[in-house]
Write a protein that binds this ligand. Structure first.
Ligand SMILES: [Zn+2]
Length: 139
């Protein structure tokens, strides 16, 4: 009698394959036995892909890591994944520019090491000089 009983499972494209069983209604595979086209989140990332919004796992990958016990990783359909947006140079620049704007005094142009209050956009010396501390007007 075989130690592991294999179960038939139908894939999204109608082909039949086997899995090790079911867990939470999802077919379970072990490491290196998952059918082609099913990948973990980490593998999606490695292929510059990400899950579609609301994309649910198709199956589960169950494996053992020494010292960690049983690990379960959801498996996602590669054909449903979409390209992931990586940090581009322009995007990084815009984030830097935003930080710079938050640290530049609107009155004297001094660069602060911390974010300036958005109520005044001024550095402390300028707030003292103008008496404008960004306090809410008394009603
Ligand atoms: Zn200033």
């Amino acid at each position: 009698m075989p130690r592991t009983k294999l179960h038939d499972v139908q894939l999204w494209d109608g082909t039949w394959t086997w899995c090790y069983g079911w867990r939470d209604g999802l077919p379970v595979w072990k490491f290196r036995t998952a059918p082609a086209g099913l990948v973990t989140k980490k593998q999606l990332w490695a292929q510059r892909l990400r899950r579609r919004r609301g994309q649910d796992p198709f199956g589960l990958l169950v494996f053992h890591r020494s010292g960690c016990g049983e690990q379960v990783a959801p498996l996602f359909r590669l054909d449903l994944a979409i390209p992931s947006r990586r940090m581009s140079a322009r995007w990084a620049d815009s984030i830097t520019a935003m930080g710079r704007a938050h640290r530049t005094c609107r009155r004297c142009g001094a660069k602060s090491t911390t974010y300036l209050p958005t109520s005044t956009w001024k550095c402390w010396p300028c707030m003292e000089a103008t008496g404008d501390f960004g306090e809410p007007a008394v009603a």
